[in-house]
Design a protein around this ligand. Structure first.
Ligand code: TMP
Length: 212
C-alpha cells in the first residue's frame, strides 16, 4: 500500500506523517516513511541541487527531469521492493507534486508531464493521497519560522523564495487534481490545529486500510 501526502510549504505534512506512523505502529502494521525528492542516497544528491536557493536559474525542463530521475531511483530502489515485501509506504510528496509544481505552476505542458509520470511510475499509483490545504500566506510564514529557528534547512529554500502567487497556483493546482480524481484524494483543512487534522486523516485512513 502506498500513502502519499501533498501540500504547499508549511502545510504540516511532517507532523501528520508522524501521526500516521504512530497509528500504523499501534495497529501492528509494518511501514516505512520516505520522501521526494531525496528518498535514496542518490536522490539526496539530486535533492540538494533542486532545493538549493543558489539555483534559482534552473530551467523548468531541467527541474522536471531531475524530479523524474529522483523518482525512478526511489521507486526502483525503495518503494517497489518495500510494497512487495508487504510494507505500507508513507511518502512525503510524489508524482502529484510534479503535476502541480512543474505542470500547473511552471507551465510545462500537462500532457507531457502525464506521459513522463506514467513512464516513471510503470503502473504504480498511490492508494490514497492526503492534500493538506492551506492559505499560502500562513504556510509560508510557518515555513520561514522553521527556517529561522533551524528546524528546516536554509540550504533548501529555493521554493520558499518563490513569490506568493507561485504558491497560490500550487494550492489551486492541488484542488484541481482533487476535483479530477475524488476517489484517491482527501483534501484536509490544514489551518485547523494539528490534532484535528490528524483525526480527519486517521478516519479516512482506517477506511482505506479496510478496503485494501
Ligand atoms: P519539501 O521536501 O520541503 O517538501 O521540499 C520539496 C520541494 O520540491 C517542494 O517545494 C516541492 C518541490 N517539488 C516539485 O517541485 N516537484 C516534485 O515533483 C516534488 C516531489 C517536489
Amino acid at each position: 500500500m502506498l500513502i502519499t501526502l501533498e501540500g504547499i510549504e508549511g502545510s504540516g505534512k511532517t507532523t501528520q506523517i508522524d501521526y500516521i506512523a504512530t497509528y500504523l505502529q499501534k495497529s501492528g502494521l509494518d511501514y516505512i516513511i520516505t520522501k521526494e525528492p531525496g528518498g535514496t542516497v542518490l536522490g539526496a544528491k539530486i535533492r540538494s541541487i533542486l532545493l538549493d536557493p543558489g539555483n534559482m536559474n534552473i530551467h523548468p525542463m531541467t527541474e522536471l527531469l531531475l524530479y523524474a530521475a529522483d523518482r525512478v531511483q526511489h521507486i526502483k530502489e525503495l518503494i517497489t521492493p518495500m510494497i512487495e515485501s508487504g510494507k505500507i509506504v508513507i511518502c512525503d510528496r510524489f508524482h502529484d507534486s510534479t503535476t502541480v509544481y512543474q505542470g500547473f505552476t511552471r507551465g510545462i505542458d500537462i500532457s507531457l508531464i502525464q506521459r513522463l509520470n506514467s513512464l516513471v511510475l510503470e503502473g504504480l499509483a498511490p492508494d490514497i493521497t492526503f492534500i493538506l490545504d492551506l492559505d499560502p500566506e500562513i504556510g509560508l510564514k510557518r515555513a520561514w519560522r522553521q527556517i529561522l529557528d533551524g528546524s528546516r534547512s536554509e540550504a533548501e529554500t529555493r521554493f520558499e523564495n518563490e513569490k506568493l502567487q507561485f504558491h497560490e497556483s500550487v494550492r489551486n493546482g492541488y484542488l484541481e487534481l482533487a476535483r479530477q480524481e475524488p476517489g484517491r484524494f482527501v483534501v484536509v483543512d490544514a489551518s485547523e490545529d494539528a490534532a484535528k487534522v490528524k483525526e480527519k486523516i486517521i478516519e479516512k485512513l482506517k477506511k482505506s486500510l479496510k478496503n485494501r
